[in-house]
Design a binder for this molecule. Sequence first.
Ligand code: 13P
Length: 256
Amino acid sequence: MTKIFIANWKMNKSRAEAAEFFSRFSVHMQSDAPVSGARVIVCPPYLALDTFAHFQESLSGVELGAQNVHGAKSGAFTGEVSVPMLAELNVSAVILGHSERYQHFGETPENVRARATAALEGGLTAVVCVGEREADYRAGRSEEVVLDMLRRSLPPPSTHGIGSLVIAYEPVWAIGTGLAATAEVAQSIHAAIRGELKEQLGDAVGEALPILYGGSVTPDNIAGYTAERDIAGALVGGASLDPDKFFDLITRGSKR
Ligand code: 13P
């Protein structure tokens, strides 16, 4: 299976800093072959999305992603951005339901489902995040909480483009803390997610959808994750802000 590496810059980097990243990253992507089999998606803040256009030729293998999108095509939704608006900037993927959206912006699984459905129907790859909080992890309720979140945020099976869905398992306690879940713990949750996807979407679709791990992923621990059966790659925060580090991570994660 093609490995997927997604850079989530969160609210980091000005347009000038994004240009610096792309410039340096393109040198790596052009000079090194080992990552040619990987799918690489960079998700800058909205305002730096069009900065990518200047590097499209030198970053031809890299895709552009956004960090959120609204479910409606247009209308009275102050502060929001729609799928057609992203498509106009050659955005091919979008992250939905990141735990920071739940924590700080009142996101709900039902809302994530609407947004993810619109993204898929608009031809985008929808990266739907799920993950338990520390208290649930400590109480041994990770799987239960994650599967409940998944059931509530999953787009309906009849959604056009459902095959372009990606799930990201990001335990909240592992995000930005340096306390990454072990590959074994992540794999066991991924296997449970895989089972649920098969149940909800049918065996063929459920078996094919990529499930990514996110939470303190670094160049040093990535290979442990991608060696696991149900871990198709990573959603990376902090380690994706430095082009050398992110490239190193991709290289190590895509080795067989
Ligand atoms: P870190 O890689 O900084 O832990 O962030 C993970 C994340 O939230 C990616 O979406």
